[in-house]
Design a binder for this molecule. Sequence first.
Ligand code: NAI
Length: 247
Amino acid sequence: MLLAGKNALITGAARGIGAAMVEAFAAEGANVWALARSQSDAFENALGDMETRYGVWLKPLYADLTDPAAVTAAIRLAMADKLPLDILVNNAGIMAADKPFQLTAIAEMESIFRVNFFGAMQLTQLATRWMARKGRGAVINLASIAGQNGGSRLDYSASKAAIISATKTLARELAPQGIRVNALAPGFIQTDMTQALGDKVTQDTLARTLLGRIGKTHEVAAVAAFLASDRAAYVTAQVWNVDGGML
Ligand code: NAI
């Protein structure tokens, strides 16, 4: 198993790519603090089922990433388990409203950055201090092809470009502490986020995807599990596209 005995913290864990990551990591032997925005019995029951299936522990944590006090409290709760943290996956993110740049208020842009960038950065600060105690760790940030090529929504694309830049800068700063930092750039993956984009965007995107189909959440999770594992011990500061070949 790729992640036997590792402890991971994954955000946005209740649905979409994050939920697939919790399952993929558990199947590979990792224990997971699964962070969701708000409490839900369905989420906790799903974690309980996977614990039984995979023989690992999966603990729910709750925090809205726009609330710094809640993020700190969630990390403190996880640290109270007195275990090392090996892996952080900054997966939670939000899509911007479908509006042209000239009609988008700066406050709306800030609200996208608050989740996609600052929430992830606060968590990364706290988590990497925790990892540094053991002198090892792996951080995976969810970027997007929109962060590389630009996209239809400036605030979303710019927040993901900021994540890519942070990934490379942090990889440099944290390498001496034994912490690798990489990003994943998914293309078009079937989740609630892309469902909301509508048929035209879906068809246009598929037309420029070499594999000619939408990606599945488990296909992103599989690459994350590899990058988080010791098999990728010599990989840092990279952006891995999981996009079916978008040229
Ligand atoms: P999703 O919309 O299905 O799930 C996003 C998750 O983030 C949800 O669990 C939600 O509760 C959580 N979240 C949002 N705001 C939060 C907040 N303030 N505090 C705590 N949690 C919050 O999205 P999906 O598709 O699973 O995306 C996951 C990541 O992958 C995101 O960062 C997204 O930008 C990125 N991505 C997704 C692509 C896709 O095609 N689905 C393509 C490229 C990147």
